[in-house]
Design a protein around this ligand. Structure first.
Ligand code: GLN
Length: 277
């Protein structure tokens, strides 16, 4: 009855909102707790006035530029639904490459020790834990808000991860790792991309890696050496134009088998090196 009053249907709401269809579906789906296929099958269905009002409020936030994932409060990564807030970087599909490369370097039979630096929402660590429940994973972040979100995400997915509030390695307990992974901040401080799209809304702390974007990558590569067991790997995500410089700096710091890997969009995206001591 309420529904009849508004005259709005699922289809008409999606049609009139002024957003790309896929975005509108994600937003409306988050209000109704429904998948996109369900919305398609129920386009003629009436929606009550409070539902319509709530949906229009989300549409307006998105039209004002806010990233879809912050508006819905969630994002899918490696097949896992994760909570996201403005305190963390939105997990991106290209970062799944980092997870895949990490899994390739970990023996499925021997439980290893993995360290993730700058975990944010927890995406990488949780993806690794869900693929390999036997791994001992430590994940750090310098942001208390990020860590509490990551803990919540880990709980949602039953991932046993040791979260540590730490500026890179500073507050870590003793011990070495078979693998260290990070998607550190790597955007240059003056990069024009910071003023565009989703990046405008994301924490600068999670994005900016000093004047050339490589400050964190450099620092992690230098300090990871004391924390990798002999033969352990370091894997770091980097910017689309930083592949050569990352390879050079890993070689200069004494890593072996240095390589760079391309994401699905074809961009150089993850650098890797092995520490032989
Ligand atoms: N991938 C992000 C972007 O350039 C940056 C994330 C990061 O700095 N780690 O959109």
């Amino acid at each position: 009855m309420n529904a009849v009053e508004t005259g709005a249907t699922i289809g008409s709401l999606l049609h009139e909102c002024g957003l790309p269809r896929s975005e509108a579906e994600l937003l409306l789906g988050s209000i109704l707790g429904r998948e996109r296929v369900w919305l398609l099958a129920h386009a003629e269905e009436a929606i009550d006035s409070s539902g319509a009002r709530a949906a229009r409020a989300l549409f307006a936030r998105r039209r004002a530029g806010e990233p879809v994932s912050y508006v819905t409060g969630s994002r899918e990564f490696y097949g896992l639904a994760l909570r996201v807030t403005q305190e963390v970087l939105i997990p991106r599909p290209e970062t799944e490459l980092l997870v895949e490369l990490a899994l390739e370097r970990l023996s499925p039979d021997e439980p290893g020790r993995v360290l993730e630096l700058g975990t944010g929402s927890g995406a990488i660590a949780i993806a690794l834990a869900s693929e390999r429940p036997g791994l001992a994973i430590v994940a750090t972040d310098v942001s208390e808000a990020a860590l509490s979100l990551a803990r919540r995400n880990a709980r949602d997915h039953g991932a046993g991860i040791d979260f540590v509030l730490s500026d890179w390695f500073d507050a870590l307990g003793p011990g070495q790792f078979d693998l260290i992974v990070s998607n550190p901040p790597y955007v240059a401080a003056e990069d024009a991309h910071l003023g565009r799209g989703d990046l405008r809304f994301e924490p600068r702390l999670a994005l900016v890696g000093g004047d050339d974007g490589l400050a964190c990558i450099r620092a992690i590569a230098a300090r990871a050496q004391n924390r990798l067991r002999r033969g352990g790997s370091l894997l770091m995500e980097h910017g689309y134009d930083q592949g050569h410089r990352c390879v050079e700096l890993l070689r200069a710091q004494g890593y072996a088998e240095v390589a760079d890997f391309h994401d699905l969009a074809g961009w150089p995206r993850v650098c890797a090196g092995v520490w032989r001591g």
